[in-house]
Ligand binder design. Structure first.
Ligand SMILES: [Fe+2]
Ligand SMILES: [Fe+2]
Length: 337
């Protein structure tokens, strides 16, 4: 590797560092940011810092044993899939980070990588307490629907990550918008539907969902919009963005329909599931500055469950209360546009 990769005294000024293309001098300077959203999101990520050991999982095994067989299957297949998402995201982020030129944006991605690892750790802690860690983490070997969802997500991550052009970088950012904004959502809502029956799982998911939806999704929506704003993007690339989110909707619904067909236990239907994923997909398109293309419905019960658990004031622990004011302040300006 060229030493200029680490230190380049003749490199560009920090305020000139774009996300794509350039030659930074090599400094991470939080006092001089080309964008406002990057340091705001960094602060919000820090304000939301949590550790799996703070979630009470002492009764998880007993609670799990009291679930119906269908509920147990939903629980296991949901965590089996969610845990893949975080594992894949950690590796993808390390690769995407290499495509990035702006050092502060890279630094925020570094913190996101740490949070994804924290999510992986939280699944291990929860499932260990539940007593089925090995079984759940190995389900992909035996369940073809789970294997297929994981495979399709991996293929979308891999498709453009080699970079080489700004258009490919934009599309690889879109893979992350899909992961943070689509692939987790039905899984989150399933665990919220189980709710009080498995408070350990529910509380763990609450914290993971806050990271994904309050900071990781805005981070990649801003990265996407900034790349688009700073570069000339081909029309065919935007067509590919629409293809990618349509695929994401299909990936999410395929697994959702499978679970509902196999384990019809809860207050949801195929129709509600579809409306939920379409609504989320429209919202994600709006967040990245594109027009929604899916059939829009009224906010569904599943969406309301996810939103309800995102509300910070619901969290009772002192640890989180101490962060609420930080959270409120820094959540004001996550978007420069
Ligand atoms: Fe995550
Ligand atoms: Fe994430």
């Amino acid at each position: 590797m060229d030493a200029k990769h680490y230190y380049n005294p003749k490199g560009e000024e920090i305020l000139d560092e774009k996300i794509f293309g350039g030659s930074p001098s090599g400094f991470v300077d939080f006092n001089r940011s080309r964008y406002k959203w990057d340091s705001n999101i960094y602060n919000l990520m820090n304000a939301n810092t949590w550790f799996p050991s703070e979630v009470n999982t002492s009764t998880e095994n007993k609670n799990f044993e009291q679930l119906s067989p269908n509920e147990q299957s939903i629980y296991k297949l949901t965590f089996a899939q969610l845990s893949f998402n975080d594992s894949a995201q950690e590796e993808y982020l390390s690769d995407f980070r290499r495509l990035t030129n702006n050092r502060l944006v890279k630094a925020v991605i570094s913190l996101q990588i740490m949070q994804e690892v924290n999510h992986s750790k939280s699944y291990a802690v929860l499932l260990d307490a539940c007593g089925n860690s090995e079984e759940v983490f190995n389900l992909y070997k035996h369940n073809s629907a789970l294997n297929r969802k994981n495979q399709r997500i991996a293929e979308q991550f891999a498709q453009y990550i080699d970079g080489g052009s700004v258009d490919k970088m934009l599309l690889s950012a879109m893979a992350s918008v899909n992961l943070e904004g689509i692939y987790f959502l039905l899984g989150f809502s399933y665990i919220y539907l189980l709710g009080d029956k498995v408070p350990g799982a529910r509380d763990m998911i609450k914290f993971i969902a806050r990271d994904e939806l309050n900071t990781h999704l805005p981070l990649f929506a801003n990265i996407f919009k900034t790349i688009q704003k700073e570069n000339k993007i081909q029309t065919s690339t935007i067509d590919s963005v629409y293809t990618m989110i349509s695929d994401a909707v299909d990936i999410e619904l395929e697994y959702g329909h499978y679970l509902l067909d196999q384990f019809p236990i809860m207050g949801t239907t195929h129709e509600i599931m579809e409306q939920t994923v379409f609504n989320y997909a429209n919202d994600r398109l709006t967040k990245i500055g594109l027009d929604p293309i899916f059939k829009q419905s009224d906010t569904t019960y599943l969406q309301k469950l996810v939103t309800k658990h995102l509300e910070m004031n619901e969290v009772k622990s002192n640890f989180f209360e101490s962060n609420v004011s930080n959270y409120a302040k820094s959540s004001l300006d996550l978007d420069d546009f």
